[in-house]
Design a binder for this molecule. Structure first.
Ligand SMILES: Nc1nc2c(ncn2[C@@H]2O[C@H](COP(=O)(O)OP(=O)(O)OP(=O)(O)O)[C@@H](O)[C@H]2O)c(=O)[nH]1
Ligand SMILES: [Mg+2]
Length: 441
């Protein structure tokens, strides 16, 4: 999603490593590069200037901290600035929707309103399930403009297993009143309220939204912005804010080729938070927008936290603890390696994992490479399962005759077994590296 920026930043910072001093000259050069990459990724000109000025002022005003070399310090300054730009430290660990609440979405046509409703409800249901709870959720819409809009929401309600209500009213304002009554009378905990989009900002839509919002009194009103719209989305957000008003944004389609510029400027320009981002068409493709993670991702510092969060949902706690323990001890066996591989296959493809790894963003991983790695993974798992428990605990006992037996058992060549042993060694090195990485505890 921020691939473009991340690649650029990784390159810029890589050019700084090893330099013991930041001179006025290379500082100007690096600031120039940062400015160019921000502009290229569609960040508004004004925001870029404010950002660069801030970094520059801070660099000049800073005394060198003894424990950090100047380039590390520079990266830190850029990171801190970016963090405050994106909205500062995220305090809440989760996002809890109060009960009861009406949640309303608004935005231009096709921005992702209806899809976001499905994702948010799915998010709430999953969160509740973790605590052994269920939620009574209702979907309803006043989108009478686009044919099949109601059916779309109804299908979505079926997928998430929540209720759907179709008002007999066809005037949006009357329907809104009717929906609100229905929601209250039936004791729902959440009402997700979908509205109609238009191709462009138009006066009658704004007025209608204003009236409807007054009726619904939503506890949460989200402006859904399509990340692919780029800078124009800021203008759209401004006009919605002026007339209708909203609490914060959901940025949709962050998985697209969009260059992330809108995310960068939104908070600064609108002084409102981005709460969520959509990262795909599926129900589970919604992430809480956490400025610190986004900043790290943009700077190519990886996003181990997001990866861990995804992992938590997919991997048993005990499995994780074992791996964490062996990582901490720096002493991993082939058992751990096997678990790591299992974990990876649960998480997704190699290329999707790479994006989250610190420093990996600047490495070019082609689709072919990733596919090759995925095939390799499958082979490795077969090989590991053909080993005895003792071999996995003490890999050093694996001699040539054992290798032959293992290879036969897994239906592969000995060369694949050798490759696995090589990868295992590399993985041990990588674990050491992770431990040393000062950005992550
Ligand atoms: N890749 C990707 N596609 C998305 C995302 N969110 C929405 N979409 C797609 O964008 C298209 C439009 O989404 P909708 O949810 O129907 O948009 P809408 O704002 O309700 O549109 P209208 O009701 O016509 O105004 C659909 O094809 C969605 O699958 C996202 O985060 N990533
Ligand atoms: Mg819709």
């Amino acid at each position: 999603m921020f691939d473009f920026l991340t690649k650029k930043f990784s390159g810029i910072f890589a050019s700084l490593t090893g330099k013991s001093k930041l001179t006025e000259q290379n500082l100007q050069q690096v600031l120039g590069q940062i400015k160019d990459s921000l502009l290229e990724s569609d960040v508004a000109y004004e925001s870029v200037h404010t950002f660069i000025d801030g970094v520059q002022r801070e660099v000049i005003g800073q005394k060198v901290v003894a424990s950090m070399n100047p380039s590390e310090q520079f990266v830190k300054i850029v990171y801190d600035r970016m963090l405050s730009f994106l909205g500062g430290q995220y305090l809440q660990e989760g996002f809890n929707f109060q009960i009861p609440s009406v949640i309303m979405v608004m935005g231009l046509q096709g921005s992702g309103k209806t899809t976001s409703i499905g994702k948010l409800a799915y998010f709430i249901k999953k969160q509740a399930e973790k605590h052994g709870k269920t939620r009574k959720i209702l979907f309803a819409s006043v989108d009478f403009y686009r044919p099949a809009a109601l059916e779309q929401l109804q299908v979505l309600a079926g997928q998430v297993s929540v209720d759907f209500y179709r008002s007999p009213q066809t005037d949006p304002v009357l329907a809104a009143k009717d929906i609100l009554n229905y929601y209250k009378q039936h004791g729902y905990e959440y009402l997700f309220f979908d509205t109609a989009g238009r191709l462009h900002i138009d006066e009658s839509m704004m007025q209608e939204l204003q009236t409807i919002k007054k009726i619904m009194q939503p506890k949460y009103s989200f402006m859904v912005l399509d990340a692919m719209t780029g800078q124009e989305s800021l203008n759209v957000a401004r006009s919605f804010e002026k007339t209708v008003g909203f609490d914060g944004a959901i940025l949709s389609k962050m998985d697209s080729e969009a260059r992330g510029g809108a995310a960068f400027s939104f908070r600064y320009e609108l002084k409102k938070p981005i709460y969520f981002m959509g990262v795909g068409e599926k129900l589970e493709n919604l992430e809480i927008f956490r400025p610190e993670r986004v900043a790290k991702r943009m700077l190519g510092m990886g996003d181990v936290m997001t990866l861990m969060e995804q992992a938590q949902d997919k991997i048993k706690q005990s499995e994780q603890e074992t791996i964490a323990k062996s990582i901490m001890s720096g002493n991993i066996t082939l058992n751990d390696f096997a678990q790591q591989l299992n974990m990876m296959s649960k998480l997704g493809s190699v290329s999707s994992i790479m994006k989250f790894m610190p420093g990996m963003a600047s490495m070019k991983v082609s689709a072919q490479d990733a596919e090759k790695s995925d095939k390799e993974l499958k082979k490795f798992r077969a090989i590991l399962s053909s080993m005895t428990p003792k071999e996995r605990l003490k890999p050093e006992i694996i001699n040539d005759s054992r290798k032959k037996r293992i290879a036969d058992g897994a239906g592969v060549d000995i060369s694949s077994v050798n490759l696995l042993m090589q990868r295992f060694e590399q993985s041990k090195q990588f674990v050491k590296l992770l431990k040393k990485n000062r950005f992550f505890k």
